[in-house]
Design a protein. Sequence first.
Length: 552
Amino acid sequence: MKSTNFIRQIVEEDIASNKFGGRVVTRFPPEPNGYLHIGHAKSICLNFGIAEDYRGVCNFRFDDTNPSKENLDYVNSIIDDVRWLGYANNDEILHASDYFDQLYQFAIELINSSKAYVDSLTPDEIREYRGTLTEPGKNSPYRNRSIEENLDLFTRMKNGEFPDNSHVLRAKIDMSAGNINLRDPVLYRIKRESHPITADRWCIYPLYDFAHSLSDAIEGVTHSLCTMEFEDHRPLYDWCVENVSAPYRPEQTEFSRLSLEYTVLSKRLLTQLVDDSLVDGWDDPRMPTISGLRNRGYTPASILDFCERIGITKNFNAVEMGVLENCIREDLDFSAPRIMGVLDPLPVTIENYPADETEWLPAQNHPKRPELGTRKVPFSRRIYIDRNDFMEDPPRKYFRLSPGSEVRLRYAYLMTCTDVIKDRDGNVQELRCRLDPQSRGGIAPDGRKVRGTIHWVCESHAISAKVNLYDRLFTLPNPGAAKGSDFSELINPDSLQVKDAVIEPEIEAALPGSRFQFERCGYFVLASPASGGQNAVFHRTVTLRDSWGRRN
């Protein structure tokens, strides 16, 4: 059982009072007009988790009422993401479009009870008549059409006799209502768009509030859980259910939506990032979409852990990106085997090592999990170290390699830099070093202390790789609130850096999706394996430590 929250308390009270006959039915109802993001993961965990923990059912239903923005690519990605998180693997997938016939009949009921009418105002006129937050609306001149005329017009709308935007069906509630959602909201509009499921069968489509509330009722949902922006829609949700012959009366309860720093979770803004080519699609590893996080190497367990940690409340709370990053760090710290990879290679020639010799040295696969065993890493006269591990004129307390200094090569030997080779412009091109042949395993035979340890890769067995170093997408904690800014100016210029790296040969047989810790560098996922021993592609999932926490 997961940690409690106010929604779980409501469910437990309803079960105890037999409010819904002991039933617990939730639903996860995405609109197929984009990819799921980390905020949706919070809702997935809540709805499926409650159903699982209280022996209920969570309906996985697409609210597919707007075919102009929906396509099967979105549908398939959503299904894939939900199942990747471990839910809905065997459940039937439902659609609001499954109920279009029933929804149409509910609309007829409203007309017959004089609670809905066909309005012929233009969209601009409807907005004008609606009023403002401080001024009441005014009745449409078509509001008092007879039941017979409304039935005739609505039937002809359904039959395709009118052009788009010429008529709509509106609820007849109260144009002076303080809640603007109750000012005769539109229930149906004419839209000649082919639907991914129903094709061209319909040319009128229900609006979201009408279809969503009544789909819940048709399915017998007991607890309709949604984010706080739908709180003002709840009276309309209830009105729709209460004024037709719906078989059930679900209850809507709201919780705070996720706000995550240094990114955006608005579908509109995410779409803008994709449409403006500021990222490489919905599944770009910098995106907060579940597909993007998957590509970056996040695991289902890390995302579920994140959703559990942030909890469920009604209060707005901007979650630090470091919380999400710590979840994947902790997961990969336990599960990811260690290898050595050099992201910015600097060649080193070990002058006192035989030119024709290669030895294979034992290395731990995981320092905390001996059951994962060891591997052999090749070592020879020519190796690569990371350019960041050498400094020609180092400051005090610099414990990596510099002229005349000694360092420990991880799993190998103690090595001293004896010469620096530069090009004409003074750039370091290569190092010449000598090792202590008696220090195999990195242990000094005379017990002297060597404080610096660096990683390396053998040149003759190195696997070349493109390594994508991903960082936070935006430079501001709340980019969505930066009014008037050019969105592109808020992008972190270092959100993607590409490195030509070399990796130890252990990764040659690894499969795509394999995750590793590159020692001292971070956690990485294999996006594309090496071909012929070369040209692997890795994405950095997360750094070893939260460098942003120290910056801010």
